[in-house]
Write a protein that binds this ligand. Structure first.
Ligand code: DOR
Length: 464
């Protein structure tokens, strides 16, 4: 039995923004006291009163100057394990997520091999648990080995341990197969997270990206929006050629997203499953989700920090390759409004680490776990007037609800997973300092506001 009293904290969750103290016993929140306990003596007195029957010592933590908030929960990360450990491994990935303030993450199955059976998923979860940092829920692919045909492996799934299934990285081409997968998910009570992207339209976009990349490689231009001075002179015509190819790819990928979002929601309605639209990035897709919610369809939706902060129609960000691509300002604003009005439920990072070589060869995705809170605090709270409570709802309470966990709130009986934050601290992103092996951040060199200063999991302080 271990007891912990955190005092002098600014307690922030979906419902609370108040100074106070929080008592933890055996990994769970025992009580929350909303008033100032400024001296250690008064905190000790409080602890003595509450733990008077307990022989176990009470550890005290003075959180002066810090926000104590439920640890973040990320429904979408790539830990690249097994088989892609040159990009990330469980150890580096979970040090990165812990540094980002995440107590729980959902790991994608686009690994090598693809995670297509419950046994492998549970093995990964167990190995992650042994590391003793962020808790991992491993997803299983919708179709066996991403082959787009067989969904029979889903019969083995226990949704308590594997709450989310997904084909992330791409979509399921056949609507009939997707419907079968969704029907099994409905039976099991698992959430189907959809990388909504019509595979045939995505294929059509490929040659445009390839043409742009070929020229970018000649001039040594980065594929993550970090402006690199080229040693060779680049003519305006060359830039136009690169950017017009990328624009052509991006418009195809916008229709690919919108049409697939619509299809996936229709299929989920028919199957009666909970569909979660991953990394929603366009105004049209958001409208589709909004209409579906109004109709009472069981749909939730996530947006990423990079789609909230950045647009991709001008240089250098047009050359920052990610799926879905960075969009236009009207899309970005639509995502922000969707978070504000509840159309979008959660912020997920889509942390997608790659090696520098893979990135240069055009691998899409950014490393994002370690900048997520700062980006969202800067864009949503500081620029867009979201309250810290709302941000906590989007990064903790709502993802916990989707996973069916007793996490994400500062309430008695909830798991004692907390992030300690300094929401005013300004810092410059230096990807060389990331715990993640992936260094491709579109925020490299940017000043952001808000820093994760600590993490407490199961009532125990984690050293970051
Ligand atoms: O940009 C992306 N990268 N989007 C995805 O959906 C997959 C991810 C990856 O696995 O690298």
């Amino acid at each position: 039995m271990s007891n912990l009293l955190i005092y002098n904290a600014r307690l922030v969750d979906e419902n609370t923004d108040a100074y106070g103290a929080l008592l933890v016993s055996n990994g769970k929140i025992l009580s929350v006291c909303k008033s100032d306990f400024c001296t250690e003596a008064s905190a000790v007195k409080l602890a003595d009163g509450i733990f008077s029957d307990s022989a176990d010592p009470v550890e005290l933590f003075d959180a002066k100057g810090l926000v104590l908030t439920p640890a973040f929960i990320d429904l979408h990360v790539h830990l690249r394990y097994p088989g892609q450990t040159q990009k990330e491994d469980l150890n580096s990935g979970l040090h990165a997520t812990a540094a980002g303030g995440f107590g729980t993450v959902v790991a994608m199955p686009n690994t090598n091999p693809v995670v297509s059976d419950a046994e492998l998923a549970l093995k990964i979860e167990k190995e992650a648990e042994e590391i003793g940092l962020t808790k991992v829920f491993q997803t299983v692919s919708l179709t066996k080995n991403f082959e787009g045909k067989d969904v029979s492996h889903l019969k083995e799934i226990d949704a308590k341990r594997i709450p989310v299934i997904t084909e992330d990285g791409h979509d399921v081409l056949s609507s009939s197969v997707m419907l079968d997968a969704m029907k099994l998910a409905a039976e099991k009570g698992a959430v189907v997270s959809c990388h909504s992207e019509d595979p045939e339209l995505a294929l059509k976009a490929k040659p445009y990206r390839a043409a742009a990349l070929e020229i970018m490689k000649i001039y040594g231009l980065s594929a993550w929006g970090h402006f690199v001075e080229s040693e060779k002179e680049i003519s305006p015509e060359t830039f136009t050629e690169i950017d017009s190819n990328l624009t052509a790819a991006n418009s195809l990928l916008a229709i690919a997203e919108d049409s697939a979002t619509y299809r996936n929601i229709l299929l989920a309605k028919e199957a009666g499953c909970h569909v979660h639209i991953a990394h929603c990035s366009t105004k049209n897709s958001i409208e589709i989700v909004r209409a579906a919610k109004k109709e009472g369809i069981n749909v939730t939706c996530e947006v990423t920090p990079h789609h909230l902060a950045l647009t991709g129609d001008t240089e250098p960000m047009i050359r920052a390759l990610v799926n879905p691509p960075l969009r236009h300002e009207e899309d970005r604003l639509a995502l922000i409004e969707a978070l504000r009005d509840g159309t979008a439920d959660v912020i997920s990072t889509d942390h997608a680490p790659h090696t520098a070589d893979d990135k240069a060869a055009g691998a899409p995705g950014f490393t994002g776990a370690e900048t997520a809170f700062a980006v969202c605090n800067t864009v949503l709270v500081k620029e867009q007037g979201f309250t810290p409570q709302k941000l906590s709802q989007l990064m903790s309470a709502n993802p916990a609800r989707i996973l069916g966990l007793k996490k994400g709130l500062l309430e008695p009986g909830y798991d004692a997973d907390f992030a300690l934050l300094d929401p005013e601290k300004r810092w410059k992103v230096r990807s060389a300092d990331f715990k993640s092996k992936g260094k491709a951040s579109p925020f490299e060199g940017e000043e952001l506001i808000g820093k994760v200063q600590g993490l407490i999991l199961d009532g125990k302080m984690i050293s970051l």
